[in-house]
Design a protein around this ligand. Sequence first.
Ligand code: MN
Ligand code: MN
Length: 470
Amino acid sequence: MLIRDAEIVNAGGRRHGDIRCREGVILQIEDRLTAEPGEEEIDAGGRLVLPGAVDPHVHLALEVAQTRSADDFLTGTRAAIAGGTTTILDFVHPREGQDYLEALSERREEASTAVCDWALHMAVSWWGEETAEMMRRCVQDEGVTSFKAYTAYQETVGIGDAELCAVMEQIHHLGALLMVHCEEDEEIQRRQRALIAAGRTAPRHHADARPCSAEVDAVRRVLGHARETAAEVYLVHLSCQGSVAELARARRARAGTAGTGAASPGPLVHGETCIHYLVLDDSVYASDDFEVATYVLSPPLRSGADQAALWDALQEGVLEVVSTDHCPFNLKGQKELGRGDFRRIPGGGAGIQDRLSLLWTHGVETGRIGPERFVELVSTAPARLFGLYPRKGEVAVGSDADLVLWDPAAERTLSARTHLHHCDRSLYEGFRVRGAPTHVIAGGKLVYAEGELRVEAGAGRELRRRPQRS
Ligand code: MN
Ligand code: MN
């Protein structure tokens, strides 16, 4: 395949030229290439050519208490491709006491219908004598080099403080990366009980039970443990000003000691936010209506001031990644499980198809970030952090031929009626966006063209990784 007249945008800069792809890989990038017989030609004139986006935080077919997130690996990755995302990272959640490797093999089976490339993070959802060894096997035998811990959800996947430190010691030992969901569980449960006892059962009270302070306290505690154990950590879905302030402080401490030979350098810490925290705010909770359940997410949406702080942190490089935490549940039949008790509403929303268009509209179109930084946030940085670079995250010779032809002038309106998310509500119903893919190439194949998907179930490959800092 030959892509002509490409204005290539990488995180590190731009160039113009023609791109030749062969057997799923970028073979040549030159100012001008001559088509060979039988070569498929695509004219990229007037558009930008970006590396396929990487979404490092999605939950497809996630089992929660009484239901499953509404997109499976087939529908979820179809929506991803249509939005310009060609690689996703999802999670394995071993059941209490279940062998991690067995859970991994079950999850691989579920992921086998994906239409784009994928990798898995291992959730350290329980801790016992054998866990450290199972983590080692994940990293060294299975190519799973990132893990996830929850300070929230102590009744299910959450682990306690001592266990978290043990996990971090093993993370450091293995040269792996630990993602952490930071919210203080006890404070949330106390607030939930008080709200329910006072008859405040509507979806809006989900947000009252999960204040910024519960997130910031957990962020501070986790960063403290990272300092003690020297584990590399990645804080998922940071949503508020206090959290990014803590993260900025920890990153400055690291920068201040790096290369100085100091006995204890600050920890290597990273932060992610999600697209919904950047474009939605807590005004959606100002109603007792059950429709508000659409916006039951954890952490919840925050104030306009928090949102401004997140944008600042993206501009300053404190936050490195914008993901989706894609985890849709239908209002009908799923979110409805929490009628009369907001605690029973499955938390999450859809975004895998909309992330790029929303970040372009609210980031690039507004002048907050440039196209190169946009590429870094949605593709290059997650590829690097999760051990996929330079195979993913860059338009370069030798990289996978995952390319997005991006039309910065395309306009459309987001809606549950038209999205490919398997969900009856959109978090962004009626939002006008600018910027969309016209063509998407994954593994050297044209998989999306002018609104039409040409994907194949199971075409996605698992990406096994190597630890980067062992
Ligand atoms: Mn979470
Ligand atoms: Mn999540």
